[in-house]
Design a protein around this ligand. Sequence first.
Ligand SMILES: Cc1ncc(COP(=O)(O)O)c(C=O)c1O
Length: 422
Amino acid sequence: MNVQQKEQLVAQIDALREQYAAYKNKGLQLDMSRGKPGADQLDITMDMLGCVTAEEGYIAANGFDARNYGVLDGLPEAKALFASIFGMPAEQVIVGGNSSLNMMFDYIATAYSRGVCGNTPWCQQGEVYFLCPSPGYDRHFAVTEYFGIKMIPVDMTPAGPDMEQVEKHIKDARVKGMWCVPMYSNPQGITYADETVRRLAAMRPAASDFRIMWDNAYGLHHLVDDGDSLLPIYPELEKQGQEDMVIQFTSTSKISFPGAGVAALAASPANIADIKKRMTVQTIGHDKLNMLRHVRYFKDLDSIRAHMKRHAAIMRPKFQTVLDMLEQRLGDLGIAQWHTPKGGYFISVDLMPGAARRTVELLKEAGVAMTPAGATYPYGQDPHDSNLRIAPSYPTVEELQQAMELFCVCAQLACAEKLLES
Ligand SMILES: Cc1ncc(COP(=O)(O)O)c(C=O)c1O
């Protein structure tokens, strides 16, 4: 940088600091960190709470009284509903409690302490590893970190995880599994290409107890009518004779109520039998009244799809506000890149390397909460200090407008400071 360019940059930083100070004086209190539905979204499902009444009764399709103990793997009608969501036979579905993350945690905990389908527990196999497409979902990474499973970041591409990297790593028998959010990934909103799904299904990992945690949390969460579509993985696994390699998860957390929805998994018959063995010790049965509520309210997949359009109508203006602001304020500057997702809950922004942490710090000081920089990478370490996750669902459009104005000032300031340093 020559002297003149440096002077220009210093003047630019001064101007940005002035703008920043003006925002700071406003005493904002805004939050773009939480990937949760707004109250207006929660309102659209309230009628569900009246779906289990004395008049309608509490008896499930199998004659079971849903108010009582029992039924380990879910009411038949709840299994049928999730079977249609997964595109899997109902016998290969287990309906659980209120959280798919909880089901994932339990799966990893069991693999770690008891082993997968009769294999030696991971905890007795020395150092073991998990592949973590990154940026990814911080709570997945927290689960593997909790058990001391070493995480290996894998780059994300527009088609999903970089399969060259994945195929290289699975040659090592210490690599025991992989996290995947195959549709509208958290945070980038990427849907795996058909070819990626086929390559994953065709893998022959060195570890016989290798498992892909296929977390399809956003499989029905389109924002637009021409949303993405995901190639179902199970038929591909069947073609390859690799049915046991994948455990699929989903939940209604962002369809009905986060924390009070219903979660489910789907897997091969061998995996289902293995999981049920543990569940017989773990519980006498999950909340069947909530399953009944969901089945009576939603009825079938078509009605869930119609319901998701109502969610999308509320979410779309919020996503558009964020995207418009990024385009208007940062579009021509060459300091930021972002995805325009067709579904999911997030907008992922990659800033100039070295600027993410500083941006979040500036935002925090001025009253705007963001997901911490680095959270989207294993161990909270973004090697480029570049990725930020924006969650547009919770604030109002007006709040987002303000928060994003400030976001763009902070991002510019952090990048300009970084340039001056270099
Ligand atoms: C990818 C992903 N999986 C799982 C969850 C949590 O799901 P649940 O509420 O079913 O535990 C989230 C929530 O943000 C998520 O983004």
